[in-house]
Design a protein around this ligand. Structure first.
Ligand SMILES: [Zn+2]
Length: 488
């Protein structure tokens, strides 16, 4: 029973809203509920009034087929929906229409895989299945859930289509889970079925166990970013219990993202409690080969294909192209940018990629924004690269003006405003260097013994000129002056 290996096994259930649909899963209410007046996008079907009859949204089947194809799943061409019974205020009719892969039922599709790369190792994360279900209503609390005097229920979300992607328990670390979700997000974005940057469009449940022991299920992790954190916490909690000789029990836990801990919710919950049975108000769905073929033919370019193309068209390395394609808007921006400048060649393609993936991405992460929230235009990076390559600015200056670029200012405007231009005037640089030499006799003395001390003098010139001195010319001048004085 017990195992000393401490090997971690993680399986994820990722719920994704198909937010690019126009209408909900079983009715014609708008899917675009964010920002709407509460309980205004509802009808008898999505609030489950007796006698109302659901009808399957055909576009859902197309979107799910698209995802199944790109994840290499096997589509079950005939299936029907099930009722999953439970009582909670977010579910007005007392059951959720879902799919069930037992008792004669089938998921939408079985198997499939997502390939991840971690520390340059590739690993296939095998999927168990993907299935469709409806989203329950949204519960709104005044302040925190623990202190709110009441709960408000907004049924606008009720009946929005979710697709659930269930992995096998083959993920062995929080880092692997993070990479998996990164890839999944990218695939979903490219397939055009959902915008996962929308608040609440993703929810993850995670099964976590130490091999040989009972597992816990952590529910309702509400963003991809929180998953790695929640897993890390839960693994440490389980390992600490084992160290202290305490038993691990099968239980459902809740991720509290404010306190960053998991809390026990209930200890026993079995599938039988849900009393699954076939949904009699919906006919079985049949998907024929022609339909699947048609969806296949119309598939947009996927990230792995795009990465191969970027390597070919822009001479990028595999590392660069794989990173660049992850976020579709970044890759679109890149291609628009490098294609807008006819003179660009392999060097500039690489430079453009570096600026985008390092400085621009870092700025976006620090400001918690995506590209379209900023005023950055593709041509600003073209100009930046030209200014650097023509020697008009140093890389150091270029880095210092990123913030203004993100706010829409042209390089020309920024440099005018800040008076930041590269100083390459030798006479001026000789003056600055002499001033530094006179003001720092101790460092100059050090240069006799230690050739590296010259860096400190060059650094002082850079400081005096607020980074505008050309570092190469400054170095040459400094070496020349010190030699002249017989110091080196
Ligand atoms: Zn409705």
């Amino acid at each position: 029973m017990s195992s000393e290996s401490n090997e971690v096994m993680i399986g994820l259930e990722v719920h994704i809203q198909l937010s690019n649909l126009k209408t909900k899963l079983f009715c014609s209410c708008s899917n675009d509920y964010r920002g709407a007046v509460p309980n205004s996008y509802v009808c008898p079907i999505c609030i489950g009034l007796p006698g109302s009859l659901p009808v399957v949204n055909k576009k859902v089947i197309e979107f799910a087929t698209r995802l199944a194809i790109v994840l290499n799943c096997k589509i079950n061409q005939k299936f029907w929906f099930f009722r999953k019974q439970y009582f909670y205020v977010d579910l007005a009719k007392g059951f959720q229409i879902s799919q069930y892969n037992k008792a004669g039922g089938r998921a939408f599709a079985d198997g499939g895989k997502i390939t991840i790369k971690l520390n340059s190792h590739k690993k296939d994360i095998i999927l168990n299945r993907i299935h469709l279900e409806e989203d329950p209503a949204r519960l709104v609390h005044k302040g925190s859930i623990a202190t709110s005097p009441y709960t408000l229920v907004d049924y606008n979300r009720s009946g929005v289509c979710l697709i659930e992607i269930v992995t096998e328990p083959v993920i062995s670390s929080p880092e692997e889970a993070r990479e998996l979700l990164k890839q999944l997000k990218s695939i979903v974005q490219y397939s055009g079925i959902s915008n996962l940057d929308l608040e609440g469009s993703v929810r993850v449940d995670a099964n976590i166990s130490i091999k040989g022991y009972e597992r816990s299920e952590v529910k309702n992790i509400n963003s991809f970013k929180e998953v790695e954190r929640a897993l890390r916490h839960e693994i440490i909690r389980q390992k600490n219990l084992l160290k202290r000789g305490k038993p691990l029990i099968q239980e459902t836990r809740h991720w509290d993202d404010k306190r960053r801990i998991t809390i026990s919710l209930r200890t026993k919950e079995f599938e039988a409690d849900y009393r699954y049975f076939p949904e009699q108000d919906l006919v079985p769905i049949e998907i024929d080969n022609d339909f699947i073929q048609k969806v296949k033919n119309e598939l947009p370019e996927m990230p792995n294909e795009r990465s191969v193309r970027l390597r070919r068209d822009y001479y990028l390395s595999e590392f660069d192209s794989d990173n660049l394609v992850l976020e579709k808007d970044i890759a679109d921006f890149y291609e628009d940018g490098v294609n807008s400048e006819a003179l660009f060649g392999p060097n500039e393609y690489k430079q453009y990629c570096n600026w985008l993936m390092n400085d621009i991405l870092r700025w976006l992460n620090e400001h918690n924004k995506v590209l379209k929230d900023t005023k950055l235009h593709t041509h600003q990076i073209v100009d930046l690269i030209k200014y650097i390559n023509e020697g008009k600015i140093t890389t150091k200056i270029a880095k210092s003006i990123i913030n203004d670029m993100m706010n829409g200012f042209s390089i020309h405007e920024i440099l005018e405003k800040k008076g930041k231009k590269r100083i390459s005037d030798e006479k001026l640089l000789v003056n600055f260097s002499n001033e530094v030499i006179d003001a720092n006799p101790k460092i100059v003395k050090d240069c006799r013994e230690n050739p590296k001390a010259i860096e400190a003098l060059i650094g002082r010139v850079m400081g005096k000129t607020r980074g505008q001195a050309d570092p190469h010319i400054t170095r040459a001048i400094m070496v020349h002056l010190l030699k002249e004085k017989g110091i080196i």
